[in-house]
Design a protein around this ligand. Structure first.
Ligand code: FES
Length: 141
């Protein structure tokens, strides 16, 4: 290998490292390619069930519709939102202390109505209808 070949390899390697593409750039193609929100949702939660105790107390949340909907309680009201981040489709969680929906990947933050508050998410979360009848919550949308 002569000096010219070495320099060409060095420059190409440096460019690849700078762009983070040494192992391929397939992860970049997932950016802004979120999981679409669930449609045709219709499920019921029993607030007296042990699995929903933290939801009923307002200290936790649950997933429904095969983990595609997040149900939480904030200020005494139940809300149901798309459970996947609109940035890259990562599963979201609900912080009961702040009443915010948070994304663990890039720190995207949503309000309890699904509006984007911070971070890279390009769109709000889909909100589902919640109707409470006694100890039952029906989530549709
Ligand atoms: S995946 Fe990037 S903020 Fe959620």
């Amino acid at each position: 290998m002569d000096r010219k070949d070495f320099l060409q390899l060095f420059v190409l390697g440096t460019a690849a490292a700078a762009t983070g593409c040494l192992g391929g750039c397939s992860s970049e193609s997932k950016a802004n390619d979120p999981t679409p929100p669930a449609t045709g949702v219709d499920f019921t939660l029993d607030l007296t069930a042990p699995a929903n105790a933290q939801l009923a107390a307002g200290t936790g949340f649950v997933y429904g519709a095969s983990n595609r909907v997040l149900v939480a309680k904030t200020n005494g009201t139940y809300v149901a939102l798309q459970a996947s981040c609109t940035h890259e489709g990562v599963t979201l969680s609900f912080d009961s202390a702040t009443s915010r929906v948070v994304c663990p990947r890039h720190g995207g933050t949503y309000s309890s109505t699904g509006a984007v508050l911070a971070g890279p998410p390009p769109a709000a979360l889909k909100q589902y209808t919640v109707v409470q009848t006694g100890n039952l919550l029906r989530i549709t949308g």
